[in-house]
Write a protein that binds this ligand. Sequence first.
Ligand code: AMP
Ligand code: MG
Length: 340
Amino acid sequence: MKTRLLSPTDAHLDLCAEALERGELVAIPTETVYGLAANAFNEEACRNIFAVKGRPLGDPLILHLAENYSVTEIARETDLFNRLRKVFWPGPVTFVLEKSPRIAPLLTAGLSSVAIRCPAHPVTKGLLRRCPFPVAAPSANPFGYISPTTAQHVEASLGGKLPYILDGGSAEVGLESTILDVRDPHKIRILRYGSIDLTTLQKTAGDVTLELPRERPHEDPADNSPREAPGTLWRHYSPRKPLHLFATRKQLEEILPTPKKYSFLFHTRPSEDFFSGETNAQTTFHWLSENGDQEEMGRNLYACLRTLDASSSDEIWAETIPPGPLSKALNDRLVRAAAK
Ligand code: AMP
Ligand code: MG
């Protein structure tokens, strides 16, 4: 199949909306990462998402909605959800609610709940406005690989497997959405860390407990049965090359004498005197931000990992992120990406 990369003109948005309506797949830009989209009311189209990504059927999809889409069509609204959506939608937050019978079990891995999000990216807002149906869209990458934050990333790993990629530039956040289960009126279960600030979440939610994600889910990747917090496989977002994490730069000095080609990925640009120290001539140095801005780290993480994965180095060594606004989400992705 030939894959066309489309600029986000009105005519191309019409074309993509029609393709989705017919049951074809379209890769779409969002502020988090690029999504592989299908009409959520077309089960065959959604089945194709799993096939193209090589995604296990036990990993449910997130449904993307236009701002004015009536949520009651697909899920049972709660007061807590309505309070939070006013603040966080459109934006990088996914809510889990009880699903309506209208949603096929295939999309939710057989669960009675459904995950929904209203993205803020202007191109995808324009596309969703043209779609009288929700759009199911997981990240547009082969299952388990580094998530895509540009149209070119999607083309590089899924080109030939879908008809259209809508190019909306680089993702502004670059990290997957925060996922919040808001079915219980007294408790928000955070299923995945994302870019939203938990203090703002607590303030908006009021007198409600925040339950943090489990440190390390013990899950068997071969197990396709529904999970309590499904899809949160431990190894994820991973390059093909070995990826190791380090917390102190001293650890690098210990590995440097080994005759390997290393790529070192720092969270922040090291000072000049760092480079004047002893290094292995084959080593290359990279960083996620110039001066410690964690939003910049978020925007750059996946693109950097992809570049290093495609480079000639043998191993990637990435520095863990110090405490800050996005450190929980960034370290979550790094630890999973490095997991064996
Ligand atoms: P992504 O692959 O980034 O689109 O994220 C999809 C993730 O959303 C899944 O892997 C699950 O972790 C989560 N998810 C989707 N639907 C549900 C649901 N009904 N209940 C809990 N988590 C869900
Ligand atoms: Mg994904």
